[in-house]
Design a protein around this ligand. Structure first.
Ligand SMILES: Cc1cc2nc3c(=O)[nH]c(=O)nc-3n(C[C@H](O)[C@H](O)[C@H](O)COP(=O)(O)OP(=O)(O)OC[C@H]3O[C@@H](n4cnc5c(N)ncnc54)[C@H](O)[C@@H]3O)c2cc1C
Ligand SMILES: NC(=O)C1=CN([C@@H]2O[C@H](COP(=O)(O)OP(=O)(O)OC[C@H]3O[C@@H](n4cnc5c(N)ncnc54)[C@H](OP(=O)(O)O)[C@@H]3O)[C@@H](O)[C@H]2O)C=CC1
Ligand SMILES: O=C(O)C(=O)Cc1c[nH]c2ccccc12
Length: 400
């Protein structure tokens, strides 16, 4: 009889760290470890590396920071890559990165629990086979590296009357292109980088998007006179305090983009970098959506009060008709769902200690990629974590 009891579950002893997640964070920490001669086991619930990029993003996606901010440790992008690599190029790079560093993740391994066994001084990690119900493996090792990312699960808000709407409602992680929406009225909920870019893509496919902007948001030009706004910010931060850099960014944005209030887009009182660091609210780097808002191709509407059949009532009392709804409402970490008995992560699934100190916990626990600093934060964590584990590993093996 098939049994999923602990007694019959295969147990794998891991010589080295157990890394949960085979995205950029898991791959880079495993690669840095291997460069120091430390083996690891990388587990991922998906069937490929970087599943966020391969399976859960739209076709037209490009990196929106200049390429050198997005390279992983030890391997630059190929010379012929453009300043903003496409999703395909980035995925090719990640696959080449895994191959070059000899990292071979174990796929279809969804980690459902991990806890520290203080008596044994070891981490016990349970992974369920993503496709075979009841089929689970227990991995046991000295170190646990959490690399499941800030975007592990979708935020799906509950709306009054959602059941009455009647049309298709999907999260932006399922969106590939506007082809399926040609000629349709689409209500896009959320105005982060995803909401803005999906609206732009819908316009390019002759759909009719309305974008819900319920609150204030920072929109910055991606570039100013050919120089990336992000590079300008990083440069200024070398000399000036963050609040002053934020003031300069807002002034420059006003200069380059004009007054957005007329378009229904208010700026928050906190600065763009301050809000990114403190609340994880990423400023929008505009790649063309604003022009489509100005031209009227994208309608900006306020928050949703409730849905009704074929549309939604808004907080200002207006009603909009819609054939489909796309939720571009963001993502959340899933660490609290599976990491047990540790208070290193908050209930939001981020390390309690903020950047740059949130990479190391107690008893051989580490995190990579929860810095709210995109891929450059991933690389910075990966280098520190690998160095720390490798140092302990070398001490341990030299005393054997
Ligand atoms: C649309 C989009 C565009 C972005 N663009 C940029 C950009 O241009 N520049 C930039 O710097 N950052 C960007 N980011 C930020 C993004 O966080 C990073 O690009 C990057 O993917 C983070 O890497 P990660 O490995 O931490 O997380 P992920 O890439 O999400 O990888 C985490 C992995 O963990 C796996 N996993 C999750 N839970 C479990 C579990 N319980 N068990 C087993 N496996 C699990 C997932 O399958 C996934 O493969 C973007 C994010 C999004 C959503
Ligand atoms: N490389 C690239 O070009 C891209 C990068 N990204 C990155 O991916 C990450 C995720 O971005 P994204 O998917 O846009 O998510 P974000 O979390 O950045 O944005 C979510 C949006 O949804 C809104 N929202 C949430 N709940 C509701 C609700 N109930 N009603 C109305 N609006 C709601 C939020 O508004 P509020 O602020 O009021 O809560 C916010 O505007 C970011 O770091 C982003 O930079 C995304 C796309 C492209
Ligand atoms: O795109 C993302 O999700 C990122 O996290 C990249 C990023 C890190 N810091 C920023 C500051 C402003 C805009 C984007 C980013």
């Amino acid at each position: 009889m098939a049994s999923s009891s602990a007694a019959s579950r295969p147990v794998v002893w891991v010589n080295g760290p157990i890394v949960v997640g085979a995205g950029p964070a898991g791959l880079s920490v495993a690669a840095c470890l291997r460069a120091r001669g430390v083996p690891s086991v990388v587990l991922d619930r998906a069937d490929c590396v970087a599943s966020l990029w391969q399976r859960r993003t739209y076709d037209r996606l490009r990196l929106h920071l200049p390429r050198h901010f997005c390279e992983l440790p030890g391997m630059p992008f190929p010379d012929h890559y453009p300043e903003y690599p496409s999703k395909r190029q980035f995925v090719d790079y990640l696959e080449a990165y895994a191959a070059a560093s000899g990292v071979e993740p174990r796929f279809n391994q969804a980690v459902t629990s991990a806890r520290y066994d203080a008596a044994a001084g070891l981490w016990r990690v349970r992974a369920d086979h993503a496709a075979v119900a009841g089929d689970a493996t227990e991995y046991i090792g000295r170190w646990l590296v959490v690399a499941t990312g800030e975007n592990a699960e979708c935020v799906v808000p509950e709306f009054e009357g959602a059941k009455e709407f009647g049309g298709p409602v999907s999260h932006v992680q399922e969106y590939k292109s506007g082809e399926a929406y040609r000629g349709k009225r689409v209500l896009v909920v959320g105005c982060g980088n995803s909401g803005m870019e999906v609206c732009l893509d819908l316009c390019d496919h002759n759909a009719l998007p309305a974008m819900v902007v319920r609150d204030s948001v920072h929109v910055l030009p991606r570039e100013m006179f050919g120089v990336a706004t992000f590079s300008v910010a990083v440069f200024l931060l070398r000399f000036l305090p963050l609040w002053l850099v934020d003031m300069i960014l807002v002034l420059l944005a006003r200069l380059f983009l004009g007054n957005l209030e007329k378009l229904g887009i208010r700026r928050p009182s906190g600065g763009p970098l301050e809000l990114k660091n403190s609340r994880g609210r990423t400023p929008v780097l505009d790649i063309g959506a604003l022009a489509r808002i100005r031209s009227g191709d994208i309608e900006v509407v306020p928050g949703i009060r409730r849905f009704f059949r074929g549309g939604a009532e808004l907080t200002d009392g207006r009603r909009v008709a819609a054939d489909a709804v796309i939720l571009a409402t963001g993502y959340h970490s899933n660490v609290p769902q599976w990491l047990k008995g540790s208070d290193f992560f908050t209930e939001d699934g981020y390390p309690r200690v903020p950047f740059p100190h949130g990479w190391k916990g107690e008893s051989g626990l580490y995190s990579v990629g929860f810095t709210r600093r995109g891929l450059s934060g991933v690389s910075s964590d990966a280098v520190k974590v690998a160095h720390d584990i490798a140092t302990a590993w070398e001490q341990q093996t030299s005393t054997l």
